[in-house]
Design a protein around this ligand. Structure first.
Ligand SMILES: C[S@@+](CC[C@H](N)C(=O)[O-])C[C@H]1O[C@@H](n2cnc3c(N)ncnc32)[C@H](O)[C@@H]1O
Length: 518
């Protein structure tokens, strides 16, 4: 089943798929790959053979030329970017930028990193053309770097795109490049990682010539149907030690050190089974918010993992805001009342335009017994397990701070960064040391709530900005119970205490003033 209907809303190919007949008229180089043949319900249409790598490459080239004014060399033997799919990822990042209002003029230009840009340099080129991003595009392959650099120059985009050749033998993927551009505040990073491990490549691909692989179209031995289109790629584009799971875990490792030096970290994932372990890894990291979205095109589905260390950045595009509205009819000063209630809960207040923001780092709205019960439960559980990616014998000592396992939602005892001398080769390495305590989950969170007072509705509106929805609902429920109960309003006056409610206590005069009579 085609997933084209679920393509990104703004993808120009969603409602206007490439018209091969038109392309054949416009581009002579494309014409030679076209044939008249049956296509879906239409008996005769101009089409191309998607199993012919040259035809697919030519299609991508002419689409880039016609629709984006990009003149891109896509060398034979290298991965051919499928343009509609590439646009989906670029637009997804653009959505994240827009949702977080990161492109307003006062915030300066957008800087992004494309990890593993490939010979086509496709994301950087499209990002610059479509969204005016400034891109730092990296690759560990010398050939890819050469061709990508030529592609940038050919399109006069050297002022927008910088290509960096990185060292594949380094475990860190982002640390060095970010360190070398310390003056730049990166808005995002993106990545289409090599998906496979070497044993998977040999199962799915056959080596055509040295270092160049072609996917098996005919003798596909798995239960799934053989792919309909040819994929020819160099080994560095297909495989990496540990596959995409290890690669993206390495980006997460770097992000732990870099924190908000990059506002939004993202990576595409080609395999569904990578999603859960990566989500679990991010779940264990303190202060990290993440989301997984899908990208659909043709018969292909991909996933984008996005995470941030900033609690004011939204990474979940699809999520609807979680809100609650409480009536404040009859209250003289609902704003002061709400501020007072939340201050009693030790929530920290800040203001943004017409919105009040309240941060809670502890759950202060549950009864002592409820809190003790949940702490007991958590301490009975085994400490959170941690995936160990690699070990480096760095013979160093470090101060892990004062963390006592109870209040380590602060930095103390959790993440420490030290410069250490490696005992093996004497090279200096940056080592991130994380100490994980069996920290009660209750204490590992930051809940941020936006509070508004729309004058037209006589309500106080609560919106979850970040943090677990469960605690947000609890908090609002608690505030609801603090609201004076059982008052009625007929639009002109409050008629006070219902006779049946013996426990009813009058609210504080300060907030209800003389409107409240009984
Ligand atoms: C699947 S290809 C993606 C190419 C292109 N971005 C695209 O989407 O068509 C993965 C790329 O990652 C590069 N790569 C592998 N290890 C890398 C590393 N440590 N740092 C940067 N790039 C790396 C490979 O050389 C390859 O060009």
């Amino acid at each position: 089943m085609s997933l084209n209907k679920q393509m990104h809303e703004r993808n120009p190919y969603k409602s206007n798929p490439p018209d091969f007949k038109q392309l054949a008229i416009e581009f002579e180089e494309f014409r030679k790959f076209c044939t008249l043949g049956p296509n879906g319900k239409t008996p005769f249409q101009v089409t191309i053979n998607f199993q012919d790598d040259d035809a697919v490459r030519c299609l991508s080239r002419v689409l880039l030329k016609r629709d984006f004014n990009l003149n891109v060399d896509l060398p034979k033997g290298s991965l051919v970017p499928r343009i509609p799919q590439k646009i989906n990822y670029v637009l997804h990042i653009d959505d994240l930028i827009k949702k977080n209002d990161l492109e307003s003029n006062d915030k300066g230009p957008i800087y992004g990193i494309d990890i593993g840009t490939g010979a086509s340099c496709i994301y950087a080129l499209l990002g610059s053309r479509l969204c005016d991003w400034n891109m730092l595009a990296t690759d560990a392959d010398q050939f890819a770097v050469q061709v990508a650099t030529a592609n940038v120059l050919k399109n006069q985009l050297a002022n927008k795109i910088r290509i960096a050749h990185v060292d594949a033998s380094q475990k860190a993927i982002l640390l060095d490049v970010v360190k070398h551009h310390e003056d730049i505040k990166f808005t995002f990073c993106m990545c289409n990682p090599p998906f496979f491990e070497s044993h998977e490549t040999s199962k799915r691909f056959k080596e055509q010539e040295s270092g160049v692989f072609c996917n098996k179209l005919m003798d596909y031995d798995e239960k799934r149907p053989a792919p309909k289109s040819a994929t020819i790629a160099r080994s560095n584009e297909l495989q990496v030690e540990g596959g995409e799971l290890a690669f993206v875990n390495r980006i997460i490792d770097d992000s732990i050190i870099l924190q908000d030096k990059i506002l939004i970290y993202t990576s595409m994932l080609g395999k569904k089974q990578s999603v859960v372990p990566l989500k679990k890894r991010l779940e264990r990291l303190m202060g990290v918010r993440f989301a997984v979205s899908t990208l659909n095109q043709g018969k292909t589905q991909r996933w984008v993992l996005a995470w941030t260390f900033r609690h004011d950045i939204i990474v979940d595009i699809e999520a609807n805001p979680t809100t609650h509205s409480l009536s404040t009819a009859g209250m003289m000063d609902p704003r002061a009342w709400v501020i007072d209630q939340l201050a009693r809960l030790n929530m920290k207040k800040s203001e943004q335009h017409d919105t009040l923001l309240f941060d809670a780092r502890q759950i202060t709205w549950r009864s002592e017994k409820q809190r003790k019960d949940s702490l007991r439960k958590l301490f009975d559980e085994p400490p959170h397990k941690r995936a160990r990616m690699n070990t480096v014998d760095a013979s160093c000592s470090t101060d892990l701070g004062e963390g006592d396992g109870l209040d380590s939602y602060t930095d103390a005892g959790n993440v420490n960064i030290v410069e250490a001398e490696s005992s093996e080769d004497g090279r200096s390495r940056v080592v991130a040391i994380q100490a994980y305590f069996p920290v009660p989950k209750d204490k590992m969170f930051l809940l941020r709530v936006a509070v508004r007072f729309p004058s037209a509705t006589n309500t106080v509106d609560f919106e979850l900005v970040s943090g677990p929805p469960k605690y947000f609902h609890q908090l609002v429920q608690y505030i609801r119970t603090r609201l004076p109960k059982n008052y009625e309003t007929n639009g002109t006056s409050l008629n006070g205490r219902p006779k049946s409610d013996k426990k009813f206590r009058p609210p504080h005069d300060r907030y209800y003033g003389n409107n409240w009579r009984w």
